[in-house]
Design a protein around this ligand. Structure first.
Ligand SMILES: Cc1cc2nc3c(=O)[nH]c(=O)nc-3n(C[C@H](O)[C@H](O)[C@H](O)COP(=O)(O)OP(=O)(O)OC[C@H]3O[C@@H](n4cnc5c(N)ncnc54)[C@H](O)[C@@H]3O)c2cc1C
Length: 316
């Protein structure tokens, strides 16, 4: 068939000629290995970056070629025909993630992220889908809460292309009320982000070289910081009670305060820490499961916590 797309140019012909040769010689020989390992090597991303094949339609000041969408279309068409193993990841990276940043990012964000995406140093992903929330995106349950200059994200995503390898993830999260208006796009740099965890590389029936993953965002560091603070407060209060007891000065009301508050915090802390472990926390072999069960009785024996509060109330 003698058909030529209307958007093709002679300049693009020259680029594609080189690009196809590169794909066939440098990337295609690795495709089988990528299918087995269920992801595309990072070195391939770098090589695509060197060829100018990542972010071609992004302006040059942000590391792109400053070309038209014709280059985006040509690159994806050639990758798909020579090494289809790389199509999904590159489409999301160049076609979606880069353009969200280009269109909605601040100047500082564009300069920080786009050049690294153009060289393949950073791989981009977009995390919209959640277990139970696919087509109906307005129902997204992942939340992002502002804390100082950043956001704290809590929730879970699934089916995320490049989820295993992505350095930069645009997360659709709820920052406001219900519906689409309450949703925001939060950019997460994966490296060093303690509350972020990658789940399994999911087993698909096709697109074997494209990693597709579950992602978990848990405000773990903050939760543990809160619990550590409470543990220190409890320690200081208990030490003070011990001092008073030794001095023969501990009264019933203060002792009741110590008993109900510390046992309540023990149960809450064990419950939250078990939750952070997910399903593993429910397995006997994990110490947190025993701490959780053993903690529960503390609110009951030695005088129930309701009785402790009655004692305190009588002193008011
Ligand atoms: C290989 C792969 C890669 C992916 N990559 C990404 C990614 O990078 N980032 C990301 O965020 N997500 C990604 N996804 C998720 C993808 O976007 C969702 O699977 C898709 O949006 C469908 O959502 P769902 O799976 O929850 O199905 P559902 O929304 O539960 O749909 C199930 C069925 O119900 C139908 N349906 C649902 N609602 C309606 C309605 N109102 N009217 C009529 N029919 C309806 C659907 O058409 C479908 O047939 C990926 C998925 C796969 C398989």
């Amino acid at each position: 068939m003698n058909y030529r797309s209307s958007w093709m140019t002679e300049e693009l012909d020259v680029f594609r000629d080189q690009f196809r040769k590169f794909l066939g010689k440098d990337l295609a020989p690795h495709a089988e290995a990528w299918r087995h390992q269920k992801l595309v090597d990072r070195s391939a991303w770098r090589a695509l970056g060197e060829m100018g094949a990542l972010l071609p339609s992004v302006p040059q000041i942000y590391g792109g070629l400053g070309a038209t969408f014709a280059y985006d279309a040509a690159v994806i068409e050639d990758i798909e025909s020579v090494v289809p193993e790389a199509t999904a990841g590159v489409s999301v990276h160049s076609g979606i993630v880069a353009h969200y940043i280009l269109n909605y990012g601040s100047e500082e964000q564009k300069l920080r992220w786009l050049p690294k995406m153009a060289t393949g140093e950073f791989i981009g992903a977009i995390a919209m889908t959640e277990p139970g929330t696919g087509s109906d995106l307005q129902a997204v349950r992942t939340t992002a809460r502002k804390q100082g200059n950043s956001y704290v994200i809590n929730g879970q995503k699934t089916f995320i292309t490049s989820g295993q390898t992505a350095d930069l993830i645009i997360v659709v999260a709820r920052t406001g009320g219900p519906g689409a208006k309450g949703l925001s796009l939060i950019v997460l740099e994966a490296d060093g982000n303690e509350g972020f965890r990658r789940g399994r590389n999911l087993d698909k029936i096709g697109l074997h070289a494209s990693d597709t993953s579950e992602l978990f965002f848990q405000n773990t560091a903050f939760k543990l910081a809160e619990r550590k603070t409470e543990a220190m407060i409890a320690r200081v209060f208990i030490d003070w009670c011990v001092e008073r007891l030794i001095a023969g000065e501990l009264d019933t009301v203060t002792a009741s305060m110590a008993k109900w508050w510390c046992s309540q915090k023990q149960v809450e802390t064990a419950d939250e820490c078990l939750q952070l472990h997910g399903g593993y926390g429910y397995m006997q072999e994990y110490p947190i499961s025993r701490m959780f069960v053993d903690a529960r009785i503390q609110k009951i024996y030695g005088g129930t916590n309701e009785i402790m509060k009655l004692v305190i109330a009588q002193s008011l």
